[in-house]
Design a protein around this ligand. Sequence first.
Ligand code: G3H
Length: 483
Amino acid sequence: MASNVSELTTYNAFLAGEWKKSSSGETIAIKSPYLRETIGYVQAVTQDEVDQAIQAAHEAQKSWALLSLSERGAYLERWADELEKNDKEIATAIMQEVGKGYNDARKEVVRTADLIRYTVQEALHLHGESLRGDGFPGGSQKKLGIVERVPLGVVLAIAPFNYPVNLSASKIAPALMAGNGVIFKPATQGSISGIKMVEALSRTGLPKGIISLTTGRGSVIGDYLVEHKGINMISFTGGSSTGRHLSQQSAMIPLVLELGGKDPAIVCEDADLDVAVKSIMNGAFSYSGQRCTAIKRVLVNEKVADELVSRLKAEVEKLTVGSPEDDSTIVPLIDDKAADFVQGLIDDALDKNATLVTGNKREDNLLYPTLLDNVTEEMKVAWIEPFGPVLPVIHVQSDDEAIALANKSEFGLQASVFTQDIDRALDVARQVEAGTVQINGRTERGPDHFPFLGVKASGMGVQGIHNSLISMSRQKVTVMNLK
Ligand code: G3H
């Protein structure tokens, strides 16, 4: 694919209110997944610089928390405006850096501006409460408790590559509105997009030091940040193994983890197959399946399995494959290692006699969409999250069998159930162990004001705009003992 990267920029880190080079003198090359060449360099920040950033965030946070909610909100409103004004430039950065289709990258920027504005409004409308002591046996009316929400201090926001702007802002915006300082650690692949997003924020004139952006090597600053005594809360989106490690490293501070998934689409024999096929296609293959909420397995009733598979095959073969610059649905995966991993899952399934319906073609890190039928429990692809364009189909005899297979997974992010019988849908939804169950629709995080959570290895805590504000603040009770 032809490169349109003319000259390479070395991006500075945003540390304690200044855009600057790291004293390490080292940079990290960012390679585009589809151009397959370096598109820029980011700073490899040191541990000393992390210390300085955290200290600056604590200092700035004291006066930030004293600003009124509407003053804080005004900065964030300007941030949303800046993102919209620069949507094409930021979308181009997302496209080049993580290989997301240009239109989807633009939608990510617009969605982020909407999310920020909603976060401001939600924060403006959060209220505390007051309680009288006489509600409890022996209590007195003269005891009056005032319950308010106060900031936690400094929040560490760690974002993944696949939504380098949206999943960063969905942590930063509630953290700031709740009155916290922020240390933002983008995914290395995603750093340039994160920098562009923070540039937009810094143009609002935000107080110096309230947010720092620490790009760098996980091996140098990853654990250091997570274990740092100056961090008061961590919001992380990424893989389950990193999430587990992080929960062991970060002792005694609140943690919200959005991790992996193996979201099943349960297709009953009475499903509207038009709806099921459309939802499964969109759920499984958009951005080459590089979404935690992608549909990652189909559990279909034997009675409609052949029809479903033949209709899915026809749709898979229509998917556009190629460059994100052409808005292809199937784009090169984030790197060669990711493609090798997905290929390994496909090879294992085929070795164990899965039926290759279509796909299993590869050009470097571009994997063609692959549909596997007659997948069984012995195959890795039945259980492991690929984060790539492969969809395994497992035949079941009953809803009970589908539910048992759905729940046997270590993950529990979301699930879809397709049936035209609402009682049946609700019964399946009740029994599936997942943060969210979608009835007759694809698995997805949005709309962004809905609670978003995973159970088991899929996460801890709850996101979504309201819940993020709650998790990034705490209750403070002041009790008046009246005469
Ligand atoms: O990759 C994880 C994201 O939270 C998924 O978000 O459902 O909007 O694609 P999405």
